[in-house]
Design a protein around this ligand. Structure first.
Ligand code: SF4
Length: 541
């Protein structure tokens, strides 16, 4: 096979459903992809050394294990799709990790380079099933790192989650059988559940429990800033720094649920939501008279007609974009962004945007607590036959045409069903007014992908109230996957024993046929087909 320039198949939009081999569909170039592979190898080497030396880490080597774990978490998150496109920054991370490993007296694990730096795909074709499981494991680790990173920004960490990053990355340096990889994937799923629970506690301790909120899509005239990504602390800091400055703040993408948190929504200049789905940003940010701050994924390579207005922070980087650094006291100075907003001045008159279905409002805030507060109402409605089924549609959005499935599916759900929605896939249908059952809206937004713990907690609460197991609930989970956080959430759901999950819009390219067959047999996992056929399958059960 001709040598490819790169090989990456970690997301749903990978080229031809096989792998990006020349450049990434996401905009990642071959050089950055190679550096991310090298970074991955270095993190594996470091973790393997740390595992061997774990008893001496703090005492003898004068190296703080938690700092090294932080480096690994940041490195893993930097390799998630649409996060860090900046090769120079990744080179810096490689250098730092190499230095730390050498300080520990550890050697580079060259065997891993054969696995992770091989861009010819020969390895993949030679040992497809093991490569598939190993890749799934790595991508699940990357997803979990994103959740852990958000929690540490709010000063939440748990030692068993932390140390599992060493175990998990070191595991990638070893050879295992298919069954052993499956066991490791199940363990990763459980640790990721702890990590999600920790993140839920981090967000709710810092900002309170989300409360139902209606969010306007109107952009008021005057200066404003748009905040994208998942990092709630960043939007809170920015709201503090923009108070009384005559600059309004709008959420974008996965930041929508910020409107539900008491500690964030109290700022009167947090006005509403800008734009629709993340994949529409290149069109929607064109000539925008305001700066945009990306606090986490999903950043697309910016077009020239708005790139000067884009700021990144935290792990998000793109060559040439302005970056807001974090100080050692965990604070940030958003002055350049605020001054930029004032200079641009915003729109001269109010702009009335709509969602993807023409709606002018989005609702959010039906997180774990709001659902549990309404659990008696929901349970009684289920018992009375007023709610026949519950759908949980969670996961990411993307540009692919076949994702129209999710909009159509929601539109076709019968009036005696409710639809819990989670993560950014919701922008395809979260402006639809689907009515109420009793006083409960039929479509309930449970928050970001970061709030997946809340969805599991709500399902468990419902099962307890209906006196059944979760798998016996009139509940169907439909996972619209795009990037690696969805992979880690899928592993969690499977490791908790949940069955009959539908995934789409396609089978991950890194699932070999054998792996997909195993998941189908063991967990009855299903690929979506058409909304009509899937609704029929679900109601026939
Ligand atoms: S992240 Fe996705 S689109 Fe980007 S290079 Fe990898 S597989 Fe391709």
């Amino acid at each position: 096979m001709e040598k490819n320039q790169m090989f990456c198949y970690q997301c749903q939009e990978t080229a031809n459903g096989f792998g990006c081999t020349i450049s990434g569909v996401c905009g990642k170039n071959a050089k950055t992809a190679a550096l991310q592979d090298e970074l991955t190898c270095e993190m594996i080497s470091l973790a393997a050394v740390m595992q061997v030396k774990k008893t001496r880490l703090e005492s003898e080597d004068n190296v703080n294990a938690l700092e090294l774990i932080d480096l690994i978490v940041e490195g893993l998150y930097s390799c998630v799709t649409n996060v860090n496109f900046d090769g120079d920054e990744i080179k810096n991370m490689i250098t730092e990790i190499k230095e730390k490993r050498e300080k520990l007296g550890g050697r580079e694990l060259t065997a891993q380079k054969d696995i992770f730096l091989d861009s010819s795909c020969d390895l993949l074709l030679k040992n497809e099933d093991v490569h598939s499981l190993r890749s799934t494991f790595l991508f699940g680790m990357r997803g979990m790192a994103a959740f852990a990173h958000h929690a540490r920004i709010l000063r939440k960490r748990e030692i068993d989650v932390d140390f599992w990053f060493i175990k998990g990355m070191a595991a990638l340096s070893s050879e295992y059988s298919i069954d052993e990889w499956l066991d490791l994937l199940a363990e990763l799923g459980i640790v990721n559940f702890k990590c999600l629970k920790m993140l839920d506690a981090a967000n709710t301790d810092a900002f309170g429990n989300p409360e139902p909120a209606k969010v306007s899509l109107k952009i008021e005239k005057g200066s404003f800033i748009v905040v994208s990504g998942h990092d709630l602390r960043d939007i809170k800091l920015l709201l503090e720094q923009t108070e009384e400055k005559g600059v309004n703040v709008y959420t974008h993408g996965e930041m929508l649920p910020a409107h539900a948190y008491p500690g964030i929504k109290k700022y009167r200049h947090l006005k509403g939501h800008f734009g629709t789905a993340w994949q529409n940003q290149q069109a929607e940010f064109t000539n925008i008279p305001a700066p945009v701050l990306f606090t986490a994924n999903c950043l697309m390579p910016p077009k020239k007609n708005y790139s000067d207005n884009i700021y990144t922070t935290s792990v998000v980087r793109f060559p040439g974009l302005k970056h807001i650094e974090s100080f050692s006291n965990n604070k940030k100075d958003f002055t350049p962004l605020i001054e930029h907003a004032i200079k641009l001045g915003g729109y001269d008159f109010d702009i009335h945007q709509t969602g993807m279905n023409g709606g002018s409002l989005m609702t959010t805030g039906y997180g774990r607590k709001a659902i549990i507060d309404n659990i008696t109402l929901i349970t009684n409605a289920v018992k009375a036959g007023e709610i026949k089924h519950i759908f949980l549609i969670g996961g990411c959005d993307g540009a692919r045409y076949e994702r129209r499935y999710f909009t159509e599916f929601v539109k076709q759900t019968p009036n005696d069903t409710i639809v819990l929605i989670l993560a950014c896939g919701k922008f395809r249908f979260n402006d639809i007014d689907a009515g109420l059952i009793r006083s409960c809206p039929r479509i309930l937004d449970m928050g970001q992908c970061n709030d997946a713990y809340g969805a599991v907690a709500a399902a468990v609460a419902l099962a307890v109230n209906l006196d059944c197991f979760v798998n016996e609930l009139p509940l169907t989970i439909i996972l619209s996957w795009y990037e690696q956080k969805a992979v880690s959430v899928l592993l969690t759901l499977l490791s908790l024993g949940l069955k009959n999950i539908y995934i789409g819009p396609s089978v991950p390219a890194f699932f070999s046929k054998t792996v997909m067959d195993i998941l189908t047999e063991k967990y009855e996992i299903k690929l979506i087909s058409t909304p009509e056929d899937d609704l029929e399958r679900i109601f026939k059960k």
